[in-house]
Design a protein around this ligand. Sequence first.
Ligand code: PRP
Length: 216
Amino acid sequence: MNENSGNVLRIALTKGRLEKDTVSLFESLGFDVSSVKDKGRRLILPIKDQNMEVVLAKAADVITYVEHGVCDLGVVGKDTIMEHGGKYFELLDLGFGKCKFALAGKKGENFYKGYGVKTVASKYTNVTRSFFEGKGMDVDIVKIEGSVELAPLVGLSDGIVDIVETGTTLKENGLEVYEDVAPVSARLIANTVSTKLKKERIDNLIGLIENKLGEK
Ligand code: PRP
C-alpha cells in the first residue's frame, strides 16, 4: 500500500532533538512550520506553503517509512543508518545532531590487555560487530537497550560501544573513551523511487538546504 502517490512531498522526522533542529532549518528557509511547532499530539503535520507534509516517528521507523516509499524523505541520525542498513539513498549531511560512536570502559583500564575474548555491551550490535570485524578481533556482544554505561560498572562487560555527545555520562560514571568508532550527525535520506518521480522537488529542497548550510 502506498498512500504517498500525490504531489505532496512527505518527509519523516526523527522525534525529539533532530525534529527540533530540522524544524529550525525549515524555518530558516522561510517555510511555514507553525503546524509542526504547534502540533499537540498530531503525528502528520502539513507545511502548506511548500506542499509538504511532516511525519514524526522514532529513528528506526523513519528508515522503514522511507524504504517503503510512504515517505519520500527522512531525517535520521547516522547512528541509526549504520545500525539499520537498508535500501534508500543518503543525500545530505545536515551538520546537526553531531556526536560519535566510541568504544569506552572503566577509566584507566586497558581494553586490549590479555588474550581472553572480551565482552562488549551495546544497543548497537551491528555497529559493534563490524567495528571489531574490521580489526579482525573476536568479541562477545551483549545487547543492552539503554543506559549501556551500567554494563561495565556492574561487571557485565569489558567495554561498551555507545553514543558519546558531551562525554558527561561517561565522566560521571568513572568511564572513558578508549577509541573513537565513527562520527555521527543527522542525514537526509530519500526513497529510491521518489528521487526519480519527485526529482525536481527534491533537488530544489536540497539546493535550498545546501545554500543555507553553506552560509554558516
Ligand atoms: C545517549 C547515549 C549516552 C548519552 C551520551 O543516551 O547512549 O548514554 O546519550 O551523552 P553525553 O555524552 O552527552 O553524556 P540517551 O540519552 O539517548 O539514552 P539511552 O541511554 O537510553 O540510550
